[in-house]
Design a binder for this molecule. Structure first.
Ligand code: 5GP
Ligand code: SF4
Ligand code: MG
Length: 456
């Protein structure tokens, strides 16, 4: 998912910019989009819809609403179904006032917290993990909204990058591990928070910095106030998959250009797993940049030999295998003239179920490729993610089912090679202990935290 927020100290309307921010974060969620703000009567207001940002929301309508503080969300479901009740921001007017929350990540102890709250009378309106934050706040009516929020965040485990609208305040928060990115920007008197810096570029804001893991940033007419989630300090645990696939290449994460890291993944892949091909190509769009790095390092010619229909989205979360296979065909088509008689290095960012690679190898063979060497710019995805990226169950993960050799045969390639975990971490440039690679390694965190029960 993607979150965005804007706060204008001089009271200028910001909803159109929130719309634009969401538009730039579209790649982080295509199922639904929504915005929330607090109106002149101190009531929380939302507009939400299903599908892409420009279908779910109306830019002209939003530009006419006089809200000087607002948040927004683009969603792809990792916890809870994709029905309308789960579309974010989640909002409520509770006894202390209005509150709305937009959340990226997965709260790993949400089911335990939910049970705890339901046993004390909470009636949940959705099946998202995010709703537990609202109820945790409402169960502390003696505290101010901000104090209740801070204490609620203390009780959560897992991943959350949040934008929260409170009366006269915009709040941004990042879990103590810092799994998901979250950046702060500014233009004139307006502060922005955004999942990725590419959205700050679109609204003409300068990126000031990223939020620290465990930071709660309060923005009001006095400026910025930084608080900490009151837990013992933890080391950072940034999601490596943001660099591999999820984030946009024009974003900066942990001070690193996603584009440059992605290209370096390709170079490292070429050094460790060269091949006898005479041309390198990428599976668009996700494999393109790594393919350029692969070609550069190996001295192969780089061709954009596979064309992607630019109107098709990120279609990997299709419900059935048949639809997924058709999805690949609908989305990707090789250029016959570049394929015939060629020995190709084909680079993709990841293999999940294996559908894309298998379908593409079949097509390339039909188009007359002489050899096909699949090169993957991430380690094998063998384990599910519990921190906000949608991965299927272990049984469905191609690399969990079969070893490399068997998988190579299954997808029908002449060779198959993956990036190593060490190369991935080194390319990101953070110490290994600060980078999450759990979907590759299965080591979910020092305390083995996955889904946990609440202990209040
Ligand atoms: P496959 O066809 O092997 O199931 O999926 C591989 C393709 O899905 C890759 O091209 C990759 O870009 C894309 N993909 C990336 N991230 C994810 C994810 O989180 N979940 C799924 N299912 N697919 C992803
Ligand atoms: Fe990212 Fe994988 Fe860790 Fe999930 S398990 S946070 S996708 S690195
Ligand atoms: Mg892809």
């Amino acid at each position: 998912c993607g979150v965005f927020g804007a706060f204008s100290a001089s009271g200028n309307p910001v909803l159109e910019e929130v719309y634009l921010g969401l538009y730039a974060l579209q790649h982080r969620g295509q199922e639904s989009a929504g915005v929330a703000w607090i109106d002149g009567e101190n009531q929380i207001r939302t507009i939400k819809g299903q599908g892409l940002v420009h279908l779910a929301l109306n830019q002209a309508e939003l530009s006419g609403i006089p809200a000087s503080s607002a948040i927004g969300h683009v969603r792809y479901s990792t916890a809870g179904g994709s029905g309308l009740s789960n579309v974010q921001p989640l909002a409520a007017n509770y006894c202390r006032g209005p509150v709305a929350i937009a959340h990226n990540g997965n709260i790993s102890n949400a089911s335990g917290v939910r049970r705890y709250l339901e046993n004390r009378g909470a009636i949940f309106q959705s099946t998202t993990d995010t709703e537990v934050i609202l109820h945790l706040m409402a169960h502390q009516p003696h505290k101010t909204e901000l104090d209740a929020l801070v204490d609620s965040l203390r009780k959560l485990k897992g991943a959350f990058s949040l934008a929260v609208a409170l009366k006269d305040r915009l709040v941004a928060a990042r879990d103590p591990w810092g799994f998901r990115p979250l950046a702060l920007g500014k233009r004139d008197d307006v502060y922005y928070i955004s999942s990725e810096s590419c959205a700050l570029d679109l609204v003409g804001a300068e990126m000031i910095r990223e939020l620290d893991p465990g930071e709660i940033l309060v923005i009001d007419t006095d400026g910025l106030h930084s608080l900490r989630i009151p837990v013992e300090p933890r080391r950072r645990y940034l999601c490596s998959f943001e660099f591999v696939y999820f984030a946009r290449p024009d974003s900066l994460i942990a001070g690193q250009s996603v584009y440059q890291v992605r290209k370096e993944l390709g170079r490292r892949l070429a050094r460790r797993s060269p091949c006898s091909g005479n041309c390198a190509t990428g599976m668009p769009d996700s494999g393109t940049i790594a393919a350029m790095g692969y070609a550069e390092e190996s001295g192969l010619a780089y061709e954009k030999a596979i064309v992607r229909n630019r109107y098709s989205g990120r279609t990997f979360i299709e419900p059935t295998q048949r639809v997924r296979e058709l999805g690949v065909r609908k989305k990707l088509n090789p250029i016959r003239e570049l394929i015939k008689g060629q020995s190709l290095a084909v680079v993709d960012d990841s293999i999940v179920r294996g559908t894309t690679s298998r379908k593409m190898v079949e097509l390339l063979r039909n188009y007359g490729a002489s050899e096909i060497h699949m090169r993957i710019s991430s380690p094998p995805v063998r384990f599910p993610c519990y921190y906000g990226i949608d991965t299927p169950t272990r049984e469905e993960l191609a690399a969990a089912r079969s070893n490399e050799e068997a998988l190579c045969a299954e997808i029908g390639a002449d060779s198959l090679a993956y990036l190593t975990e060490t190369d991935l971490v080194e390319a990101i440039g953070l110490p290994a202990c600060e980078v999450c690679t759990a979907c590759f390694s299965g080591s979910y965190m020092e305390d083995g935290e996955k889904y946990e029960e609440l202990d209040i």
